[in-house]
Design a protein around this ligand. Structure first.
Ligand code: PMP
Length: 426
């Protein structure tokens, strides 16, 4: 008998490239929020390819834009002018809210953050970086250095000197008993202290996810990063907002996650949802920061015409169909189903998130001991009940629920009920 796809995967791909489920799934097609596996079984997709198929699967305008571009030209490189790439850059520059913004495209979020770090360290002539505890910023050599999560940080080797400050993961914070204002004040004081204690003072930047993604959708109080900004400004330290998960309206309340914080970042990175699954990412920065490099730099695939065609079509769909507003409304419906669980089920420590980024933290009953095994069992049970959800958190014990922003009320009700039942049963 031929080897199974799982055996072939295990034999040829790296062992550290993890797969969900005891019996991993092969997804072969999708429509809207529904995906179908190689056995013909359908599921509600509540993880959207790690928050990436933001407008759903098989969206006609996006598929057509990609097909038409594929017929014309697959690739040119940035050595040549590209009207569509510039049009997308112009649109993102305005949307970013960063005055006089310049945009550089890359194929992945890791490379976008790598570029942001190159810019910030070059502009500031410093290799010192502040990052947030429990962060995730990608898999490149520089991105793993600023990732504050042991499970995703396979090496301590780096040219960067990184200091991790307190952020929005309140459940396990020493400041967790404090109210929003006091919590924020304690973290700002910690930031001041660590700059004085652990750095040489001339730090390049602070990089932060407005809501931590891989970290289990940990949400700081609104205004949290705005409260940190004066401390950074006093010292000329740049603020980089990693919007790879929070961008494009997913939080419902805002188009970018940073907008909940009363500041404008110096740099912003984006990826995932922007092209609904095509590899498109990038960094936005103020002109003087973007233009500070004293050597040439290029990304062969950055701004690739296929990815750009998908990106332009996706942003149009997000805006014309009001997907940010849908994220807000559908997110509220999901929260109405999930929020009572923290009181009702002893193994649910917390339900948190914004819009269509909802985390459910699973613990051993009666305390805060993380229970990754039970979270894994809930993931399996959700699949049994026809819903795909994600998992993350510092201890792998947080369910991550993040469907496409185009999801309907009926799908929310159906998928939400299945997740609640899976949580009750596991
Ligand atoms: N930043 C954040 C916040 C992310 O969640 C991710 C991916 N999970 C990345 C960066 C890296 O993006 P990519 O996987 O496209 O390199």
């Amino acid at each position: 008998m031929a080897d199974s796809l799982l055996e072939r995967t295990r034999r040829t791909m790296p062992k550290w490239m993890g797969l969900f489920y005891e019996q991993p799934l092969e997804l072969v097609s999708g429509r809207g929020c529904i995906v179908r596996d190689s056995n013909g079984r359908e599921y509600l997709d509540f993880f959207a390819g790690i928050l990436t198929t933001i407008a759903g699967h098989g969206v006609p305008e996006i598929v057509t834009a990609v097909k038409e571009q594929a017929d014309r030209l697959l690739h040119t490189s940035t050595l040549y002018l590209s009207e569509s790439m510039v049009a997308l850059a112009e649109e993102i520059a305005v949307l970013s809210g960063i005055p006089g913004a310049r945009v550089f495209f890359t194929p992945s979020g890791s490379e976008a953050n790598d570029a942001a770090l190159l810019l910030a360290t070059s502009y500031r002539r410093s290799n010192q970086i502040l990052a947030i505890r429990n962060s995730y910023h990608g898999r490149s050599f520089s991105a793993t250095a600023i990732t504050g999560n042991r499970s995703w940080s396979p090496t301590s080797l780096s040219g960067l000197a990184v200091t991790f400050v307190h952020g929005g993961y309140r459940l396990r914070s020493p400041f967790k008993e404090l109210g929003d204002r006091e919590y924020t004040a304690a973290c700002v004081q910690d930031l001041r202290d660590l700059i004085d204690i652990a750095t040489a003072g001339d730090v390049a930047c602070l990089i932060a996810e407005p809501i931590q993604g891989v970290g289990g959708f940990a949400v700081p109080p609104d205004g949290f990063f705005g409260a940190m900004k004066p401390v950074l400004d006093e010292r000329g330290i740049l603020f980089i907002s990693d919007e790879v998960q929070t961008g494009w309206g997913r939080t419902g309340e805002h188009f970018w996650g940073y907008q909940a914080h009363g500041l404008v970042p110096d740099l912003l990175t984006f990826a995932k949802g922007v092209a609904n699954g095509m590899p498109l990412a990038g960094v936005v920065a103020r002109r003087e920061i973007m233009d500070c490099l004293q050597a040439s730099s290029i990304s062969t695939f950055g701004g690739n015409p296929l990815a750009v065609a998908a990106g332009r079509a996706t942003i149009k769909v997000i805006r014309e169909r009001g997907l940010q507003q849908n994220a807000l409304e559908r997110g509220r419906e999901l929260r109405a189903l999930f929020d009572p669980l923290a009181d009702r089920l002893p193994h649910v420590a917390e339900v948190r998130g914004k819009g269509l980024m909802i985390g459910v933290e699973i613990v051993a009953p009666g305390g805060l001991e993380p229970d990754a095994a039970r979270a894994g069992a809930v993931l399996e049970e959700c699949r049994e009940r026809g819903v795909l959800v994600g998992k993350g958190g510092l201890y792998g014990n947080v369910l991550r629920i993040a469907p496409p922003l185009s999801i309907t009320s009926e799908e929310i009700a159906r998928g939400g009920a299945a997740i609640v039942a899976a949580l009750e049963q596991s």
